[in-house]
Design a protein around this ligand. Sequence first.
Ligand SMILES: [Zn+2]
Length: 377
Amino acid sequence: MVMPGLVNVHTHLAMTLYRGMAEDLVLQDWLNKLWPVEEKFTRPQTTALGVSLALCEMLRGGITTALDMYWLPEIAARTALQAGFRLGAGPVFFDPPGADHLSQPQRFIAAQAFFEEFGGNPMIIPCVQAHGTYTVGPENLVKAFAVAQQAGALFQTHASETRGEVEMVRKQYGCSPVEHLHHLGLLGSTTVLAHCVHIGEDEIGLLAASGTGVSHNPLSNFKLASGVAPVVKMLKAGVKSGLGTDGACSGNDLDLWKAMRMAALMQKTIHKDPTVATARQMVRMATIEGAGVLGMEKQIGSLETGKLADLILIDMNRPHLTPLYDVYPQLVYAVGRDDVRTVLIHGRLVMQDGVLLTLDEEKILAEMGAFARLAAG
Ligand SMILES: [Zn+2]
């Protein structure tokens, strides 16, 4: 079967470096464990290695576009270009000292350098990455948003991932993260919010009315026990919603087939209603709706004349995919990433019959093994 490539609307690619390093912890302890390690190992070479491994994994799983948020975005973008992968990436804004050691003024210079290097490149979707409303103050959030607007870039931030985060923001600003962003004028059609787990009806209304995009990351949310996002309500209200894997430290893999299945099952369970979160809706979220979150729905996300050729071929002639009565439930409840055989991005063949053509997978795996021995030591 041929279908559009999957669109992963939230991830932290280079975090494959630390996959499995901090496990079974609450979010704050998890961050406290990972941040010092990132501080130590965030260098161009290791970042390129982490991104390369993530690209191998995503291509094998039929993902052809991803929106990354991580340190050294220029390394991620260069690595993606070499591999022929379509990547959303861009300058990071973060108030505490970051693993990239940039001062606040340097962040603005780095942003301009990023846009100068990658602006107009059809394979790079520029996106300013402000970590969250609890890690970036209002003044810098507004400035980061202005940088994005000026460059014609997207603006992404984490919002309402955990109850703790919502309480923290409420205490500081007297409102929820989504309301805070709304008051600052930062919601809109070029804004992407990761998670939106703990949001109410009013906030869903704000997201729908402003055309703000949301990334739902079921695996990360369940594993970190963050909660269950009101996906059915958001879809009903017309909120632009895509699916993400989040980083390999929280997910722990970059598998959108699993995300589709988990999202559907969880919504059906909490609503006690098997008719909600349909297979068709999940496939749309992983393709055309995800493309819409990135402002790319006219170029990618569906098989239509005149669109860019981001295509995947799936081997449907397998025991677990037989017989085939309806393609949508098969894709969500039965297909796995190992069924993806061939991948084209922007018309270029990047995986053919299970062989990656633009990445030296064997070398990447060996280098990652060596890195893990160093990091664990
Ligand atoms: Zn995230």
